[in-house]
Design a binder for this molecule. Structure first.
Ligand SMILES: C[S@@+](CC[C@H](N)C(=O)[O-])C[C@H]1O[C@@H](n2cnc3c(N)ncnc32)[C@H](O)[C@@H]1O
Length: 252
């Protein structure tokens, strides 16, 4: 089985950010269920708004790769973007479709592997992807596809995981050091123990190389609630440079 078949199976079972501890007893995909999903997401990751800048995309052709439960997709639709979305899973596509419909909004959504996007070149003003590319078997194929479908001057905005982060170090302590396997690498523990199998996390040099075809690139490390977890009062002192998220902007 190829890696993306395993990735798909993992995310089909439950779209990202829709666990029972988040949605409680709300009936799946009901108004209350979506409200819990959305509230939890932006309480935990408020920085998404400053990175995505949803309201700048009114009237623009926007593609989101890896829509998940559709929270960010909803923000683009609310802002008046002409929305397109893909995800490896049918469950994310259906969840996002219903999420937008609840608010009287719609998008061109389809199941697809972003390593091979079903769009002509130069189709979009912007491509957005939050926490997705590092899950795929060939992230470099996705970045090539993003470059192909963007119009000249078009912008990619996204988030990918940072390897030299507190989230990664804490995972290493738990899965390598405390398991008596201190020689395991950060890459290995992230690959095997972070969400779907095969997850990758990057250094800034690696991300600059990955997006090397984009003449203009900006990377910003961001400390997250997941970096601060278990650190008590020290959590508020975690510097962004040790954060789990790299916000990426790249202009074609
Ligand atoms: C961690 S979730 C993030 C979802 C959403 N962007 C969010 O922030 O909640 C990863 C998502 O990426 C999707 N995904 C993984 N690999 C993909 C690929 N090659 N093409 C399209 N979607 C993919 C998964 O199905 C899953 O919905």
């Amino acid at each position: 089985m190829g890696l993306n078949a395993a990735v798909r199976r993992y995310w089909e079972a439950e779209p990202c950010g829709t666990g029972r501890w988040i949605v409680g007893a709300a009936p799946p995909r009901s108004r209350d269920w979506f409200a819990e999903v959305e509230e939890h997401r932006y309480a935990e990751e408020p920085h998404i708004f400053s990175v995505a800048q949803f309201t700048r995309f009114r009237g623009k052709d926007v593609l989101e790769i890896g829509v998940g439960a559709g929270c960010d997709h909803l923000q683009f639709a609310r802002a008046g973007a002409r929305c397109h979305g893909v995800d490896l899973t049918d469950s994310a596509i259906e969840t996002t479709r219903r999420h937008l419909a609840l608010h009287g909004l719609s998008s061109q959504l389809q199941q697809a592997d972003a390593e091979d996007l079903p769009f002509a070149e130069a189709s979009f003003d912007a491509v957005y992807s939050w926490g997705v590319i590092h899950h795929s078997e060939r992230p470099e194929a996705i970045v090539r596809e993003i470059h192909r479908v963007l119009r000249p001057g078009g912008k990619f905005i996204g988030m990918m995981y940072s390897r030299r982060s507190l989230v990664a170090y804490k995972l290493w302590v738990r899965r390598a050091l405390l398991n008596g396997r201190p020689l395991r690498s950060l890459k290995d523990v992230i690959w095997n123990h972070m969400e779907s199998v095969g997850t990758k996390a990057y250094t800034s040099a690696e991300l600059h190389a990955l997006f090397g075809d984009f003449p203009k690139r900006r990377l910003r490390a961001l400390a997250t609630v997941y970096d601060r977890k278990w650190l008590g009062p020290l959590g508020s002192a975690v510097p962004d440079v040790l954060g789990w998220n790299f916000a990426i902007q790249a202009v074609k």
